[in-house]
Design a protein around this ligand. Sequence first.
Ligand code: C5P
Length: 218
Amino acid sequence: MSAAPVIAIDGPTASGKGTVAQRVAAALGWHYLDSGALYRVVALLALEEGVDPGDAAGLAALARRLQPRFDGERISLDGREVTEDIRREDVGAMASRIAVHAPLRAALLELQKGFRRPPGLVADGRDMGTVVFPDAVLKVFLTASVEARAQRRHKQLNEKGFPSNIAILLQDLRARDERDSGRSAAPLRPAEDACQLDSSDLCIEQVVALILRWYGER
Ligand code: C5P
């Protein structure tokens, strides 16, 4: 029996991959994996348990005992809901710091592959097309200029009632891009066979429609 098909959507922080991937999954009736949420869950536990962000073995041990439950948009861990906590800025920053460690990435590999189930999976992250699902039927590398991404994040935070500063958001996005692209373990880069999509001047509906069209053409 051949494995369920995967659509891999990779790209930098705040490129809109999460929303786009969820909508593509909903349109096809497929499962959805937010791989960044797994790195965020490990980051939250590391912060709470005082594990040093440089302790690769300790972080990998945390990741190996991870049994997160995804229920639609809700994520829980041993019966505790962590959906909101993992979206905190300090948790995102910690996730980006710990994601450089190869042993941690290896510990999360099987967990991620386990999300591949019929009728199909849409997976978003940084290395879905390059490392986790290299045989994905469609690989999309979704980008947007750092300015467009900072504006989007600013708007999102404002809507949630969190004041934010564009200059600081820009600085933070650049630092995360640098860490994601510059690390030696699974750096952020388009797979050789990825379709590149710059969403700076596109709305979500246009991006989703384009991806569905590309999938339909396969
Ligand atoms: O996508 P999100 O911002 O939620 O991911 C949090 C962090 O986890 C990112 O900054 C990135 O460094 C890391 N990550 C990763 N590989 C993935 C998904 C996320 O390194 N597949």
